[in-house]
Every structure is written in structure tokens, then in C-alpha cells.
Write a protein that binds this ligand. Structure first.
Ligand SMILES: [Cu+2]
Length: 473
């Protein structure tokens, strides 16, 4: 069994390469696993007089040779595709200047961040072409791997597909004192997993059918940090992978080709209290996880990280021929005190959301996203139960802005063991009802409200989204 899956992952990824090579065209895939993984650079910043860290992000057009023999037209942030990793610490104050050098409006949303609505980028905060937007806010949340991406009205899917996205890493006391691999790009490696479709001339092929609209746009070519089938060289030791599912619509079930165990240490918005041993990691669009993988006994060999849903290898990990390094797995990573003092018997307001999907129509609570309509009004500081009901078969990853929530129950029963971390995006499976415990501690006005939506970007763009304000009572 073990061997069979291993072989499958290896063979399938090579087949896709040779199929393309047969086309009567000079465009072809690079030899599988022949290109090195790119590590998004850490974003540079200026320190202002008051200590504020000032970042400059430029949304720009670019070109990338994802395939051999042609260039793909892309979008990127301070580069051709994707953006730099913003790495900051809790209590830092940031000023981020976002310049839009594209030929269309755009905006950047800080996914998972705790900040007031006017500091976040949503569809109401459009940055017109050739203009800039500056936002200043303080980091007031836990260490985890967050990200940023466009949230442009009805164009989030298309703009993310072209390449607008980047990681946003926050460190705090827990993460700094924990015995974890911390060398960015060396043993603390970010992996942004995405899928794309290309035409014969290597152009991205975005939404073009009713199927794309309903099911979301999925491609058969996988990119990791913008590289198709890359390799990465690491030492024989325990490494940390910070994984973002940055795809528009595709879910991944990540496994290693040798079916080895690994440990999940963090979810979307916090560490797990203790490392959790797993063999498979399911990640829906928008979700993140940090994992530890022990490669100490594998020197001078290679393994693959693959997706068991598509049976494809995504990245080859070459373990160097060096002396192995031992690692002591931390027994405890943090204590999640948030929501722990909520007494179950206390009557909490229950807010109901139904995810609705019909032929060529989708919305929430029977209504499509309408920028001029505030769907929900929340009182600042109140804890509520958000009850999310999925009325159809297709799973939807539900995301809420401006907060981190706790998953309480699935169909009134338990939750998955890796959902005990704080989260901001959660999969609601078909015919399932989820209860989330959520507290809103950041204001959002009707001019700049927060959003809740499906993170299948084609669903979001088609209207499976709503707006809410957070105001004092
Ligand atoms: Cu959806």
C-alpha cells in the first residue's frame, strides 16, 4: 500500500509533463522537479521615527516563464508573481502603502488580521488605478501564518488567479520562545499552493464556463510559490512548513510520498496547544497550517509532498547528505485562553447563516452580496454563536473578517482534532451545520464594513458574501 501510493505520486506527475510535450507547440513543461522552489522574499521596511514599520506594496503587471518557451502574463506585488512575505511581531505598528500600478481597480485584504474595518481592504475600499492607499494599524494577535490577497468587487477570483497574494507572518512571545525551526526559507519554509490552467501559448485560462462559475476554477497544473513541480534541498532534520492553500477553489489533502507522520503545530490563527500527529492534512482555499516534518533519518534521499485528492506530487524534498540533526518536539506550544471563559449556559446570541446555491445563483441567507446593504449589525465586544448551514452538497470554506473564531461543533457533534486552534476560515461540508464561537473586538462602520463569505473565490465573486458592521451598543 505504502509503495503503491509512492509510485502513484511519482508517475502521475511525470505523465502530465509528457502530455504537454506532445502538443505541436514549442510551449512545454520544464522537466518535473528540475526547478528550485522560490522563497518569497521578506518584505523590506523603513522604521519611522515613532517606531512604525513602513512597508510599500506595489501591485503591478508581470511576466513569468511557468512553462518553457513562453511567458505568462501575470500580476504580482513588488515582483512578477505573488508578493513578498510581510514578517512582523505582535505589538508592532505597521504602515502599509499599497500602490495600484495595474490598469484596473484593486484592493488588498489582510486575511485573518485583527484590525478595524477602515484599515482593511474590502470591496468598499477600491484603489483606483495609478493611485495609492495607506493604512496604519497595530498587530494585536497571535503568532501564525496569515496572508494578503485582493478583495476587489467581483474581481477577487480573477486578480488572485493572476498572482496577487502574499504571506503575512506574525511572531509573538510563544512563537519566539518555542523550540521550533525558525530560519525562513531554510528550515521554516513557506509553501503557497495554487493550481492553474494554461492554454497552448502558456496564458492563464480563467473562468469561461458555467461549470467554472458553479464549481470554482480549478487547474491541473500545480504551482508552489509560483513554480510548477519544484524541488527544495533541506538538511536531515525536522523542518517546519508554513502552508497556505492559495488556490481559488481546489481543496488539497496533503501527504508525504513515504506516508510518514508529521505534526501540525498551527492552524489559521494560532498554534495548536500541543503538536498533533497526523498523516494527512486537508486544506481548503484560504486555510493555513504549520507542520513539522522529521527528515532526520532520510539523508541522501528524496520524498514528495503530494495531494492525495488529485494524486499528484506537488514538491520534491531532497534531503542532503549531511549528519542528521536531532530535534526535541515541544510538548506544549501555547494556551488558548480565548473563548475559554464563555460559560456554555450563558445565553449567547445565535446568528444563522445559510449558504445557498442554485443553478447560476449563489448567496447567503437567500441574498446576494450587495455593497449598499449591511446584512448584519454586531455589537463590539460581544461573543456570539454563528451557526453556518450548508444547504447543498458542495463544501464551502467560510471566512469571517476582523476576528479569529473557535469551531464549537459540527452537526452538534465534535470537531476535527486539528480545528482546536483559532481559525478564520473553516470548511462547512455538504448538508452540515457548524457552530462557531466568535467575538468581534474591532469596529467596522457601514462605509468600511467587514465581510463574511465563501473562500471559493468564484462563489465569493458570484455573491456568496455578506457585510457586517461592528459598533458600540
Ligand atoms: Cu462556496
Amino acid at each position: 500500500m505504502k509503495r503503491r501510493i509512492f509510485v502513484k505520486l511519482g508517475i502521475l506527475s511525470s505523465i502530465s509533463t509528457s502530455l504537454y510535450a506532445k502538443e505541436k507547440n514549442s510551449v512545454r513543461f520544464y522537466k518535473t522537479f528540475s526547478q528550485a522552489l522560490l522563497i518569497p522574499p521578506l518584505a523590506q521596511y523603513n522604521v519611522l521615527k515613532d517606531g512604525t514599520k513602513e512597508f510599500n506594496l506595489n501591485l503591478q503587471e508581470g511576466e513569468v516563464s511557468f512553462l518553457q518557451g513562453a511567458k505568462t502574463k501575470t500580476y504580482g506585488i513588488n515582483g512578477n508573481f505573488l508578493g513578498p512575505t510581510i514578517k512582523v511581531e505582535k505589538n508592532d505598528t505597521l504602515k502599509i502603502n499599497v500602490k495600484n500600478s495595474l490598469k484596473e481597480e484593486s484592493v488588498i485584504h489582510w486575511h485573518g488580521l485583527h484590525l478595524e474595518g477602515h484599515n482593511d481592504g474590502g470591496p468598499n475600499r477600491s484603489i483606483k488605478k495609478n493611485t495609492s492607499w495607506s493604512t496604519t494599524f497595530k498587530i494585536q494577535q497571535r503568532a501564525a501564518t496569515y496572508w494578503y490577497h485582493p478583495h476587489t468587487h467581483e474581481k477577487t477570483g480573477a486578480q488572485t488567479y493572476k498572482g496577487l497574494a502574499g504571506l503575512f507572518i506574525i511572531e509573538d512571545e510563544d512563537s519566539k520562545k518555542a523550540n521550533l525551526p525558525k530560519e525562513y526559507g531554510i528550515d521554516d519554509i513557506p509553501l503557497i499552493i495554487q493550481d492553474r490552467r494554461f492554454d497552448k501559448n502558456a496564458n492563464f485560462v480563467y473562468k469561461y464556463s458555467m461549470h467554472d462559475e458553479m464549481m470554482g476554477v480549478k487547474g491541473k497544473v500545480f504551482l508552489v510559490n509560483g513554480v510548477n513541480a519544484p524541488y527544495v534541498d533541506v538538511s536531515p532534520k525536522t523542518i517546519r512548513l508554513r502552508i497556505l492553500n492559495g488556490s481559488n477553489a481546489r481543496f488539497y489533502s496533503l501527504v508525504f510520498s513515504n506516508i510518514q507522520d508529521f505534526y501540525q503545530i498551527a492552524g489559521d490563527a494560532s498554534f495548536l496547544e500541543k503538536p498533533l500527529k497526523i498523516k494527512k492534512l486537508l486544506l481548503a482555499p484560504g486555510e493555513r497550517a504549520e507542520i513539522l516534518v522529521d527528515l532526520s533519518t532520510l539523508k541522501n534521499t528524496s520524498i514528495y509532498l503530494g495531494d492525495s485528492l488529485s494524486n499528484k506530487a506537488l514538491i520534491k524534498i531532497n534531503i542532503k547528505n549531511e549528519n542528521k540533526q536531532n530535534f526535541i518536539l515541544p510538548s506544549r506550544l501555547t494556551t488558548i485562553h480565548e473563548y475559554s471563559n464563555i460559560r456554555k449556559e450563558k445565553a449567547l446570541r445565535i446568528r444563522n447563516f445559510s449558504l445557498d446555491m442554485r443553478m447560476m445563483w449563489m448567496g447567503i441567507n437567500g441574498k446576494q452580496m450587495d455593497m449598499s446593504y449591511i446584512n448584519e449589525k454586531i455589537i463590539l465586544g460581544e461573543t456570539e454563536i454563528w451557526r453556518i448551514k450548508n444547504n447543498n452538497e458542495m463544501p464551502h470554506p467560510f471566512h469571517i473578517h476582523g476576528c479569529s473564531f473557535k469551531v464549537l461543533s459540527r452537526n452538534n457533534k465534535g470537531i476535527f482534532p486539528n480545528e482546536t486552534a483559532l481559525k478564520d476560515t473553516v470548511v462547512v461540508y455538504g448538508e452540515e451545520t457548524l457552530d462557531l464561537l466568535v467575538q468581534f473586538n474591532y469596529k467596522a462602520s457601514k462605509e468600511y464594513p467587514f465581510m463574511y463569505h465563501c473562500h471559493i473565490l468564484e462563489h465569493e465573486d458570484a455573491g456568496m458574501m455578506g457585510q457586517f458592521t461592528v459598533e458600540e451598543a
